[in-house]
Design a binder for this molecule. Sequence first.
Ligand code: DX5
Ligand code: ZN
Length: 220
Amino acid sequence: MKPLISPSILNSDLGDLRGQLRLIQRADVAHVDVMDNHFVPNLTWGLPVVESCVKADVLPIDAHLMIEDPDRWAPAYAEVGCASVTFHAEAAAAPIRTAREIRRHGARVGLGLKPATDITPYVDLLHEFDMILVMTVEPGFGGQSFLGSMLPKIRRTREAINAAGIEVSVQVDGGISRTTIELAAEAGADNFVAGSAIFRAEDAPAEIDVLRALAARHRH
Ligand code: DX5
Ligand code: ZN
């Protein structure tokens, strides 16, 4: 799979959402973090802001829902036109029903796993998803350090997908930068969320190209 770069706008200049999306236009998708201050100890925005990102019509929107009760809230993010909607395994009471509902609204669906959540219980359900998000930090904040201890989980996830003979993307999120992206790519990731590495770079578009080229050294 061709590596995809998904800049996270969490720590961008939020007063100029459209300008920030244009700044990262050469990326593949824009990653938008929804936090409810319950599932994670931080609060961002909800459906109206995500819908504005979709309507800006600059990049496909990848919604990462760090919220409780995604069974209730997640399908609406597909309905407003997000290209993909990821909810967390730890928060969903009915992950299969929710995944199917998201797909029914025309979006790709992702299953998020916090660092201490194993992929094993989901191995037989991989075909219900288009993407598995292996968090490489504890979710909640940008700018944290990549957890190298997640590499075996990335590898197991990729192996399980390949063994099932299906096309499912493996996304990594947290601490992805020039120094860590190749580790994740080598282990099996093909979709890379990067927040501070891109928005704190002097030249954000150039940084996207650098990250993409490093990731492309390892294909799956
Ligand atoms: C953290 C969010 C990430 C965050 C990544 O919980 O899910 O998307 O923005 O930021 P960096 O790349 O700075 O770790
Ligand atoms: Zn995220």
